[in-house]
Design a protein around this ligand. Sequence first.
Ligand SMILES: Cc1cc2nc3c(=O)[nH]c(=O)nc-3n(C[C@H](O)[C@H](O)[C@H](O)COP(=O)(O)OP(=O)(O)OC[C@H]3O[C@@H](n4cnc5c(N)ncnc54)[C@H](O)[C@@H]3O)c2cc1C
Length: 416
Amino acid sequence: MPASSAGPSHCGVAIVGAGPAGLAAATRLRQRGVGSVVLIDREPEAGGIPRHCGHYPFGMREFHRLLRGPDYARRLAERAFKAGAAFLPATTVVRIAPGPELTLSSAEGTTMLTADRVLLATGVRETSRAARLIGGARLAGVLSTGALQSMVYLKGLTPFRRPVILGTELVSFSAIMTCRHAGIRPAAMVEEAPRVTAQVFARALPALTGIPLHLSTRVERIVGTTRVEGVVVTGPDGTSNEIEADGVIVTGRFTPEATLARMGHLAVDGASGGPSVDQYARCSDPAFYAAGNLLRPVETAGWSWQEGVAAGDTIADDLAGKLPQAQRGVALRVDHPALKFVVPQRIALPCEGRDAGTAQMRVTTPVRGRLTAESGGRTLWSRHISALPERRILLPLGDIAREAGDNVEFRFVGEQ
Ligand SMILES: Cc1cc2nc3c(=O)[nH]c(=O)nc-3n(C[C@H](O)[C@H](O)[C@H](O)COP(=O)(O)OP(=O)(O)OC[C@H]3O[C@@H](n4cnc5c(N)ncnc54)[C@H](O)[C@@H]3O)c2cc1C
């Protein structure tokens, strides 16, 4: 794997994050003839989250076959390096500034890197126990799915035998598969909502693996003296009981890893948690782009990879002077509690013959009803939707952009 500890002081495109999105963009940029492309990752190896996910399914979109996460990550990295991208491993980008200018930190010290363009592809992180306000002492044996996977798959450790899994997002089922791989038998799966969040095929997994599933159930506190000994939960009828357990896996509720954007000069969208972008994935400083899960929590690896490919193409066009300069922006925002976010947050006009593409939306609760895009009191677009949280809703931006004023609000009217 190519590695450079010294690294260049200037490059064509600096890519922060060597996960599926960053690696896809690096490959595409090199295929498009962009001279120097530098990938930077705080981890010692490229590949991002899939490096830790020793299970299927990865790779259908990219390699037309089912792969385990580590094999998928290795293939993506090999592709990027073969295409000529350079890699700075074990190097954290601690600051971004206009220029673009990056401050890098590694075992060798702090260095500066300037670039013609920067792509941010720093992914997401899981919400911690503290952020979920779960009571009890700080005990050994409370892990996120990512931490569990890295212990099991990268270090061969078995951190507990009977954990309780909190959450039912897709990643929660990844936690089940990781437990099975390590011979761990979860004591229960606990979900606050009345239904499982993940897609249909994953819903059967707790039953198939014999794990009791508790819906409409709230975690009150984690009990124990030094290690986890149990989890106190309150069920739908209001009664509390303690589930005996020696660990807790806190899964999902991802937030974009947008610290660099937030601490730097880029606009961040409070609804998605990621940097605010236009339909070309350009940030508020047009020399910076964003791709992958950083844009919004949380997508599949294949989707993030596709966004990386698209960002690579757009940045190559930009460097060649072929990207339309924004003369006017249309701000997009959600205007109903059931609507969680819309990405991109603005449409740059004119599109000059380019397809305005699609926007992604998510909902906060299960919904059925009419979604409309309105501007200046006029309805520009409308569609019936039936959607669940964490499912992708795609909206045609071309239809919406055509007659939009300066602002477009997405509204929702639910069916009785
Ligand atoms: C537990 C789990 C299981 C999953 N299982 C599946 C599955 O089975 N199939 C599937 O398709 N998808 C799965 N996913 C989703 C998939 O992993 C993600 O969609 C994908 O990894 C997103 O790619 P990305 O490049 O946007 O971000 P990531 O893969 O998160 O990569 C981001 C990279 O940025 C680096 N980074 C962050 N900040 C900095 C910084 N400041 N400086 C330097 N480097 C930085 C990180 O080290 C990381 O390598 C799973 C996700 C999780 C958490």
